[in-house]
Design a protein around this ligand. Sequence first.
Ligand code: GDP
Ligand code: IMO
Ligand code: MG
Length: 424
Amino acid sequence: MSTIVVVGAQWGDEGKGKVVDCLSARADMVVRFNGGANAGHTIVVAREEYVLHLVPSGAVREDAACVIGNGCVVDAGLLLEEYDDLKRRGIDLTDRLFVSGFAHLVLPHHKAADGALEDSSSAPIGTTRRGIGPAYCDKYARYGVRVEDLLDDRDLRAKLEAAYAYRARWTGSGDYPPIDEVYGQLAEEGKRLAPFIVDTSLLINGYIADGKNVLFEGAQGSLLDVDFGTYPFVTSSNPVAPFAAIGSGVGLDRLDYALGVVKAYLTRVGEGPFPTELTDSTGEYLRERGYEYGRSTGRPRRCGWLDLVPLRLAARVNGLHGAVVSKLDVLDELEEIPVCTAYRLRGKIFGEMPLPVALIAEAEPVYETLPGWKTDTSGITSWDDLPKKAQAYLRFIEEGCGVPVVAISVGQRRDQIIWLEEVF
Ligand code: GDP
Ligand code: IMO
Ligand code: MG
């Protein structure tokens, strides 16, 4: 038996979908444990591209069970759309999709509130407008509607009314979709989803007890974590590895290995500080070469150099055992590659994130510039065949954040990954 948690070590979009898909070849089950349809995880198989928002990235492997854990927030309509779309493309999840009854629903009024809050804010976060923040707010306020409520029509109506009444107490009645309409739609969606709704904690623990391989798939990234990220420019869940236990209902001793996905440079979607951001033609170059456009919203991603300062934080709060460096090939043609090793801030040097964390907005990156390798790495399949300068870049990352590099991804496809160690 083995289990592994795969998380993003930066601001999301590190290539988790690809890594999870690669490891899923050995997984009996893949579990999403946080976030919702704000995620966009891309998997490329031959000429087919799949972008998954709620369904775990194990879906593309025929025999992996796919679990949406209690730590997620579920937009029932979007989940069904994703299910139908996969079915049309020859991927049938009928007997292998499982949704936690304890997960909370993202309701139409959450999406309306997400958009309205963004539009009226003087400092918008740049959310995906998928209702994630308001849905988690209602969860923690104890006025959420849970997936299990879809199993009982009467209960569903009562929970919906309570959720609407709660929101009206805070914000007035708002411009929210009428409750009758929402109820009717949810009741229909509930009928379709009912066969998938189970006690997923029981199911996952059963798999582990039977000696099967279980992969926990994080969404977003550590710097978007609501506790450890660049608050308030974060998401509303905990994308870090230890949350896999809470977000799926397993004990801490069931998590064997934490694998962080680290993009060889850095991107961010939405607002918030980004000390190594490149707003010049080099940033544009990285965006085009790395095809850095959001998979959920189509927004261009902000691009910049790798930053070891927040990566050290990610290594620590995730308890990373190993790192996959992704998108190394995107840097193939560069003459030289700066890496931020520390911040200069108010006359001092910081190797770790400052307090208050918002100060990073005025941090000046201290760069160490490494030579580029000027070689196409996209077809390379072993460490020894990587250019020496690319090896040096990878070793520099390893030393800079204290986590061993266990794999290198050099392209979108499944076969474009070099494993240095077996981790799962
Ligand atoms: P995720 O949210 O972490 O799963 O990442 P996304 O799917 O949002 O964004 C990563 C993008 O980079 C996708 O288009 C992937 O197909 C692509 N990708 C993943 N790994 C590599 C790689 O090693 N090289 C290149 N060039 N593209 C990659
Ligand atoms: P994956 O799983 C990148 C960002 C949004 C915004 C902030 C809050 O594909 O890596 P939210 O809608 O969650 O309230 O938005 O978080 N964000 C992501 N950025 N990748 C993601 O997911 C993201 N999910 C949310 O852009 O800045
Ligand atoms: Mg993504």
